[in-house]
Write a protein that binds this ligand. Sequence first.
Ligand code: NAP
Length: 492
Amino acid sequence: MAFEAAQSQLIGSLRTGLYVDGTWRDASAGATFDVEDPATGEVLTTVADATPEDGMAALDAAAAAQGSWARTAPRERAEILRRAFESVTARADDFALLMTLEMGKPLAEARGEVTYGAEFLRWFSEEAARVSGRYAIAPDGKARLMVHKRPVGPCLFITPWNFPLAMATRKIAPAIAAGCTMVVKPAALTPLTTLLLTSVLEEAGLPSGVLNVVPTSDAGGVTGPLLRDPRLRKLSFTGSTEVGRRLLKDSADQVLRTSMELGGNAPFLVFEDADLDAALDGAMLAKLRNMGEACTAANRFLVHASVAEEFGSRLAQRMAALPVARGTEEDSKIGPLIDEKSRQKVQELVDDAVGTGGRVLTGGQPQAGAGYFYPPTVISGVGSDARILAEEVFGPVAPIVTFTDEDEAVAMANDTEFGLVGYAYTRDVSRTLRLADTLESGMLGINVGVVSNPAAPFGGVKQSGLGREGGFEGIEEYLETKYVGLADPFGG
Ligand code: NAP
C-alpha cells in the first residue's frame, strides 16, 4: 500500500541517535527506547536513550559554542532560520505523517501544526535582525546611558508530546535568533519530530554545538544535573503544572531564568446574546483540536441557562457525527489519545462527573479494539464539585454547567488555579471589554475557538506559567538587558 511504503520509507530515513556537538551518535550506554504508534500500540522505531553523561556532553557542547554563536551576525542566524522554515514547509508531508504516526492526531491537523510550527522559524528569522537597544542622556545631563541586549546563554528546553513540532520551534527559533545555544530534551513519547527538525536545522547550516538533542527515558536523571550546572543560564519548559513546579524549585539553586508554559483549565463562556452557530463552531475547535489534548483546550463549558439546553444537544449531535479513526485514514477527525494512562484518566473524570449528577449526551465510554481511542463526549448538568471542572481532562470531553449572569460566569471562570486562556461568545462590545479585564488568563478568545498565533504572545498567568512564547515578546525571553553607564563626553 502507498501509505505503508511512505511510512516505512520515512521512518527508515530518520536519524534516531543523539545529536551532540554537530554529531549524530549512540547513547553512551548503548541503550535505546521504543516509540509507539498510539493508534495501534505497535513500535514505530527505537531511539537512542541518553544517559546523564550524554546530557552533560550536550551542555559541554552548548557552553563551548555560546561565545562564537553570540557573535554571529544576526542576519546569518536569521538566514539559517529562514532556510529551515523553507525546508520544513517543503517537507510538510513528511513532518505531518511523522506527527500523526507518533502522536496520533489526524493528518489534516498535523498539516495545520506544520504550518503553525514552521511559522515560528519564519517569524523569528524576521525578529533576529530587529534586536536593538537605546541610548539616552541622563536627566541631569552628567552621563550617557547605553542599554543593549545580550543573549541569555546556554538554555535547556524540555518539551511535551502533544504538539511535537510547534512546542520545539517555539523555543528553538527565538533562541537561535537571540544567539543562545541549547540542549533539547523532547518528550519520550514523541521524539521523532524533534529529530527530523534537528536534521533540517543541521542542513540549514546551524553550527556545531548550537543545538544539542538528547532523547531519554530518564528525564529527571538527564536534566537534573544540567539545572545544577552554573554554565546553564535558562530553562524553558512546556508541560504539566506538577512537573513545572518541581523544575522551578530545581531552578532556584542557580537562579535560572525560566519560561514555564504549564497546564490550563480554559473556560468557554456562551452568553445569552451569543451567535449560537458561531459558538458551536468555536466549541468544536476549542474542544476537539488535537483530540482535546491541548493546554488551550476548552475544559469547561459555562453556558447561560437560557441557551444551555439547545447548545448542549446541538454540540452532542455534531460531536457524535465525527469519525474516530487512525489519523492516517482520510476521513479521520478524532485520532487516539496518547496512551492508556491518559485514556484511563479521561474515563475517571467522566465517571466522576456522572457521579455528581452529569448526564452523558454522547460518548462516555472508551472505544474497544487496538489503540487508545476515546469518542467525543458531552456531559450536561455537571455538579459544581466535579473534578473535571478543576483538572485538565486532556481528552475530547465537554462538561457543561450553567450560569445566570455575567458576574456569576466570571466568578466560575476564575475559580481555578490555572489561567492560560479563556473563550467567550457574546455580541456585546462593552461586555467584551469587561471580560478582557475580569477574566484571569494570559489569553482570551472573543468569538473565536483558537487563539494560538506565532505573531502573538502565548502564555499564562496564575499556575499556568511564566513568560511568553511567540510575538515580539518571545525573543525577549532569550535576551538579557545590559546597561552601560558612560561618562559625560563634555566632561560635565
Ligand atoms: P509532562 O508530563 O509535564 O512532561 C513534559 C516534559 O517534561 C516531557 O518532556 C517529560 O519527559 C518531562 N519531564 C517529566 N518529568 C520530568 C522531571 N522530573 N524532570 C525533567 N523533565 C521531566 O507533560 P506532558 O504530559 O508531556 O504534556 C501535557 C501537559 O503539558 C499538559 O498539562 C498541558 O497543558 C501542558 N502543555 C502546556 C502548554 C503551554 O504552552 N502552556 C503547551 C502544551 C502542553 P518524559 O516525556 O520523559 O515524561
